[in-house]
Design a protein around this ligand. Sequence first.
Ligand SMILES: NC(=O)c1ccc[n+]([C@@H]2O[C@H](COP(=O)([O-])OP(=O)(O)OC[C@H]3O[C@@H](n4cnc5c(N)ncnc54)[C@H](O)[C@@H]3O)[C@@H](O)[C@H]2O)c1
Ligand SMILES: [Zn+2]
Ligand SMILES: [Zn+2]
Length: 370
Amino acid sequence: MAIQGQAVLLEEPGQPAVLRDVEIDDPGPGEVLIQIVASGVCHTDLTVKMLNGNGMPFPIVLGHEGAGIVEKVGEGVDSLAPGDPVVIAYRAPCERCPACLRGDPRRCYMALRAKPRIRRTSDGATCSQVLRCGTFATHTVVHSKAAIKMPKEMPLDRACLIACGVITGVGAAMHTAPVFAGARVAVIGCGGVGLSVIQGARLCHARQIIGVDVNPIKLEWAKNFGATHTVDASKTDPVAEVRRLTDDGWDGGVEFAYEATGIPLCTEQAIKMLAYGGRATTIGFPAATDAVTLNLGDMATGVYWNKAGLNVCHCGDALPSSDFPLMAQLYLQGQLELDRMITRRIGLGDVEDAFHEMETGNVIRSVIVL
Ligand SMILES: NC(=O)c1ccc[n+]([C@@H]2O[C@H](COP(=O)([O-])OP(=O)(O)OC[C@H]3O[C@@H](n4cnc5c(N)ncnc54)[C@H](O)[C@@H]3O)[C@@H](O)[C@H]2O)c1
Ligand SMILES: [Zn+2]
Ligand SMILES: [Zn+2]
């Protein structure tokens, strides 16, 4: 039987997100109904709003960084039971695509999804769920393999951060372009994702971790999360400054540069600040027309002569079933900082305010707590 709840919806292009009554249907075979306990507000939710749904049909339930408690399980689900604490994964491998079939689920082309089961009460319209999640809601229904069980002692307001910001950033440094011990690393953009890249680089024993941002508060926070140096890109050219900080008599440069801003120029900067043979990784969510220009032939910085590589990070190339419990364990052992990632705890009705705060740049994460 359907239950009554509430969800934060985008109802039409160009309009603010609004809290509405919804009905949530029972989970189907292989699905689970989750009562949401906490959900982080990631920049991607704001981007989906700014891109007018990015192709998803309206109405759209926002939110994809969620944790909660299993309330009901659908037919055939024996891996979870009501009462289990879980974090929701938006990229649980599909087990059918060419990457999954060749045994490389971190490169899965798509992800497991449940049928859409949230309906707007006023007119019965079926809602899309951002990244198959829809966690700015009292409840959601996801594929059972996308609900990853957490240890009982893991606080869910912190566990939710694992679902996107943390796994994307830590995973970028551990899996997308794995940092080797002793490497030099630059991270452009020190928001929730970038600070997590910094933590990932620290966990991989990078020798130098340079946080780059245009906001002085973010640079302070970057130091708290493990940056050994910071660069204010509003005051100085980050490419020249990173090369200066890493000067080794061979023109300096970093072995790994990660872009976590969504700004194409920052991806270009990441490529230009690489040492010979280095890897740049682009993480930020692009608009359809975003493009970068790569010089191939310049003897000093051209991609060809500098043997530079470009990787793309989707959710840290995570394998949620093993990586999410690992993140929880690292937190519980004091090796992964999550407490200080939460700048504000807010209610379901405060999403627009959280978007505004994100634009002012003075938060790492606003976390909705129900
Ligand atoms: N690829 C993925 O799987 C994935 C997952 C999560 C988020 N994202 C995307 O990653 C990006 C970052 O997300 P977030 O939640 O950390 O956002 P955020 O808003 O918290 O952080 C962005 C940071 O970039 C900084 N910044 C802005 N302009 C800059 C510049 N010119 N140079 C250096 N820094 C600059 C801001 O001050 C801010 O600290 C977004 O585009 C988001 O959509 C991608
Ligand atoms: Zn996200
Ligand atoms: Zn797959």
